[in-house]
Design a protein around this ligand. Structure first.
Ligand code: 5RP
Length: 219
């Protein structure tokens, strides 16, 4: 049976719920797949100690459910982080940041002992880079960084009118064929004025839960 992308996201989100445990603090990502997860968190409202959120949008949805949203600085033991992705490869390396929340997402992924990524199967690729790679930059450095990204072989496009939750801007880098995600993540992170690049390769997902027409696939 052919499922819509939304149904596959709901399916992946439902499968991730099996990883929740009573009393835990849950790291919560951003985007439509994560919204499908939050929509299913009602029964966990009194069972979770709280959540750490990667965006103002997810925070509002969690609070509407009555789930306490905690400051990461008060959570030294974040057990689990669940988030979506824009692209994922078989090594569970990801492109993230389509929703402009990449910096807080990367911080929470770094803090969590376990990172589960939930996607529908349209997000799976052999080589990352078809989806434009988001880079969060300090506003004054935008054009400098754009020139440096061009020198790395990309075609950066300023995501105009978008200001991140951290007050910064986003460049979306088109035309990359990312054969070595870890090396490119490291190279872009070293450019002065880059806050975060949306490559999650140094810290990939530990588990990828993929919604497909034939049910759940895990990688
Ligand atoms: C937000 C993200 C999202 O995880 C990514 O954009 C996927 O979004 P969606 O679940 O809506 O497809 O990285 O910054």
């Amino acid at each position: 049976m052919a499922l819509s992308a939304h149904e596959k996201k709901q399916q992946a989100a439902a499968a991730a719920l099996a990883e929740l445990r009573d009393g835990m603090v849950l790291g919560v990502g951003t985007g439509s797949t994560v919204n499908a997860l939050i929509d299913q968190l009602g029964p966990w409202q009194t069972r979770l100690r709280g959540a750490v959120s990667s965006s103002e949008g997810s925070t509002a949805k969690l609070r509407a459910l009555g789930i306490p949203v905690l400051d990461l600085n008060e959570v030294p033991d974040l057990g689990l982080y669940i988030d979506g992705a824009d692209e994922a490869n078989p090594r569970r390396e990801l492109i993230k940041g389509g929703g402009a929340a990449l910096t807080r997402e990367k911080v929470i992924a770094a803090a969590a002992s376990r990172f589960i990524c939930i996607v529908d199967d349209t997000k799976l690729v052999d080589t990352l880079g078809h989806f434009p790679l988001p880079v969060e930059v300090i506003p004054m450095a935008r054009e400098l960084i754009a020139r440096q990204l061009m020198a790395l072989g990309g075609r950066p496009v300023w995501r105009e009118r978008i200001i991140t939750d951290n007050g910064n801007q986003i460049l979306d880098v088109h035309g990359l064929h990312i054969s070595d995600p870890r090396a490119l993540e490291s190279a872009i992170n070293q450019l002065a004025g880059v806050v975060t690049v949306g490559l999650f390769a140094a810290r990939p997902a530990d588990l990828l839960i993929v919604g497909t027409d034939r049910g759940i696939r895990t990688i």
